[in-house]
Design a protein. Structure first.
Length: 87
């Protein structure tokens, strides 16, 4: 089976994982930008910047959904490869 899989082929959930990582890092950058004025003693950013910090959690959830989708596809493939196996 392994010889039929392309090394650069995207499996189920890979796009969700990539999107989740990107959203997570955008949220992490927003968090750093939001916290920096508080640590430097300057005027804080507007409230919507704190909302952008929530993108870290959203990205984490998107990536987690991609991992769960990938695991489910792997379990389906394993079940198809061994039809007599118990689940």
């Amino acid at each position: 089976m392994r010889d039929k899989t392309q090394p650069n082929s995207a499996g189920p959930g890979d796009r969700l994982i990539r999107a989740g990582v990107i959203v997570f890092f955008v949220g992490a950058l927003a968090t750093l930008v939001t916290v920096a004025p508080l640590l430097l003693g300057t005027k804080p950013f507007p409230t919507f910047m704190f909302g952008l910090s929530m993108l870290m959690a959203v990205g984490f959830l998107i990536a987690g959904a991609g991992i769960l989708r990938s695991v489910a596809a792997g379990r389906r493939q394993a079940g198809e490869a061994a039809p007599g196996a118990s689940r």
